[in-house]
Ligand binder design. Sequence first.
Ligand code: LLP
Length: 472
Amino acid sequence: MVTAHDPAQALAPDWLAVPDDANDLADLVWPASARRDDDGVLVVGGMRATDLVERFGTPVLLLDEQDVRDRAERTERAFRAATARHGGEARVYYAGKAFLTSDVVRWMLAAGLNVDVCSRGELETALAAGAPADRIGFHGNNKSATELERAIAAGVGTIIVDSEIEIERIGAIAERLGARQRVLVRVRSGVHADTHEFLATAHEDQKFGFSLDEAERAVARIRQLASIEFVGLHCHIGSQIFGVDGFRESASRVLALHERLLAGGDIPLLNLGGGFGIAYTRADDPAPIEELADGIVDAVAEQCAARGIAVPTLAFEPGRSIVGPAGVTLYEVGTTKPVAVETPTGSAERLYVSVDGGMSDNVRPALYGAQYSARLASRRGDGAPALVRVVGMHCESGDVVVDHEFLPGDVAPGDLVAVASTGAYSAAMSSNYNHVPRPPVVAVRDGEARVILRGETIDDLLARDTGLGRDA
Ligand code: LLP
């Protein structure tokens, strides 16, 4: 074991220890099926990284299909069991914003989940994939009249109302279409949670939903309209949350309003949003979903009992915790470069490892300072662990892929590097920055690989440029 005084450790953050073996695959961080074969090659879904790259090139985003399906089912089962213990019911909506294709929609439906969409594109993907409209929840703080009309005409199960203006819009469209649209009212509980901490204020300064006070007026207005049916409150407190405390505090505030609103009629549903955290690095220690489900549902049931009200059907909207850990991105190393860095105790070295993707296929490190884990994928490395920063090929110094990691010091051009837990909010937030085509997404399962989202080509990019092919 290398000591904390080792130069390799000098630039590493506190949470990153020098590993005994920089080839190991930490549980939780890597997909359920990830392992190394006898040649040391990373295998996901029964497929060798080297074979996948031969077929699909780099970068490529792999999704361990069985892992996604299992996580979806397990989440559904956990919330169903937790609510059943209190004689209630649960409904899980997969938050499509994390990553959505028609295959993902079908996997979710097969696992018994519903689908939460937040744009016309997500809505059309869910519908085109065969999601029954009544299993779709539609979000957004600025849904257009066209989007609302499409959703209502299609018979979307619930629309999550975000503003007073939207109430009038939905009311008018539903009336014109002869529909009665079920809606939830999104509230800001004043609780914002992030990882282990939550912040609680009287008012939250953000764009979504109604304050708890305003929501009462919104619900009263909805209840005046024959074309809209109020079915419950909705509250989402944040993302990458590890504990139940934020959910408990938020539920307590929302239930106080729920109880007051019961005076005006039945409220069958309460949606507490998503946000369950995952392990991006071995420093992250997310609780099993069963533990979160039990903790959150028990808290709601306790509070309902204290208020003497029935436990409503509880809805949840996890995205990241279902697809995130099942994703792995493979890149090829192009160059490596040792960079001397001054530290308070002298000079230390960081090895920059440049790969053939970056902030266009995963903007989270650049955008949020998000941390990830990496390993050599094409072989087991022999070198002593070296502190590396995996960086992309974009023309920007903030183009970081993995900020801090130990890789075998013999990492070299031509090696494949795998980055873990890229299933959520990577492909979903990808761009064509620097005119870089977006990579394919490949589902791997039982030794088979299938492209579920094709990669872009340079021709795709040029095809959008209307100046080409036109006389100057
Ligand atoms: N429900 C609502 C209303 C949401 O706004 C979100 C996420 C979710 C559910 C799903 O949250 P999840 O379980 O995936 O954490 N791009 C950021 C995350 C933004 C999340 C926005 N809303 C990231 O990459 O970390």
